[in-house]
Ligand binder design. Structure first.
Ligand code: ADP
Ligand code: ADP
Ligand code: ZN
Length: 230
């Protein structure tokens, strides 16, 4: 029996996919849900950015795509996620933030999980209007050290420019400049939005209004998933 199916036998698994446009709140909600369910928050964007800052081959390869707001090729991204999901902490569940982003990636995830006799708990869609997305992204600030996410107006840190969690200086992501933001939103509409139909067809889709305050969105997701910690 694989580790993944043992975790399932023990009943300690919540495996979530967060869907939503850039700026919908996936990173923010993934962090809160990971803390609530005590499962790892796996963000493909964060893994690419870590590789970039460490100058790895993967990072250098991903950079050109990320700077333009385009998707890194599926085979590269799928291999990276497969490696991450094989790590011990993911046996008890995970929240995936930013993966899958294409239909081939969704198929690849389904096959990986099937190979481990594991299933997704849900795909949570954070619904936010297009106008709101741009306002969120252009004033987003992130912590380069711990990955925490802030917003200058909607979710400011306690001390301006400083991460509440770890004290590092906050930065703006290069790809949060206005022209790249528009490309990323259209890439989402063309390549990622079809996943809504994919997960709805599997009865896994949970759509939540992502325009509510952060805490309300988190509480709504937890209630939809059945309330208390597993
Ligand atoms: P994503 O990972 O989907 O791109 P983020 O979690 O990084 O989205 O959120 C994008 C921006 O919007 C950040 O600046 C974040 O602080 C802010 N934000 C996230 N959720 C909300 C919310 N419910 N209300 C207002 N602002 C939010
Ligand atoms: P956001 O939540 O604002 O959309 P992310 O941090 O998730 O941004 O992703 C940043 C960039 O990393 C994407 O624009 C893309 O270039 C790359 N990336 C992240 N996840 C994937 C993925 N699943 N497939 C391909 N590229 C990805
Ligand atoms: Zn931090």
């Amino acid at each position: 029996m694989t580790g993944h199916s043992q975790a399932k036998e023990a009943g300690i698994f919540v495996r979530l996919v967060l869907l939503g446009a850039p700026g919908a709140g996936k990173g923010t909600q993934a962090a809160a849900l990971a803390a609530h369910y005590r499962i790892p928050h796996i963000s493909t964007g964060d893994i690419f950015r870590q590789n970039l800052s460490q100058g790895t081959r993967l990072g250098l390869m991903a950079r050109g795509y990320m700077d333009q707001g385009l998707l890194v090729p599926d085979n590269v991204t799928e291999a990276m996620v497969a490696d991450r999901l094989r790590e011990a902490d993911a046996l008890a569940g995970f929240v995936l933030d930013g993966f899958p982003r294409t239909l081939p990636q969704a198929d690849a995830l389904e096959q990986m999980l099937a190979g481990w006799q594991a299933e997704l708990t849900a795909a949570v869609l954070l619904a936010v209007s297009a106008e709101r997305l741009v306002a969120r992204l252009t004033a987003r600030r992130v912590c380069p050290q711990c990955g925490a996410t802030y917003h200058l107006a909607f979710h400011p840190p306690q001390t301006a420019g400083v991460c509440d969690r770890c004290g590092a200086a906050l930065v703006q992501r290069d790809d949060d400049a206005a022209p790249t933001v528009r490309t990323r939103i259209s890439v989402y509409e063309e390549q990622t939005a079809p996943l809504i139909t994919f997960y709805r067809a599997r009865s896994l889709l949970q759509e939540v209004n992502g325009e509510q305050p952060v805490d309300v969105v988190t509480a709504t997701v937890i209630a939809r998933l059945g309330g208390a910690r597993p």
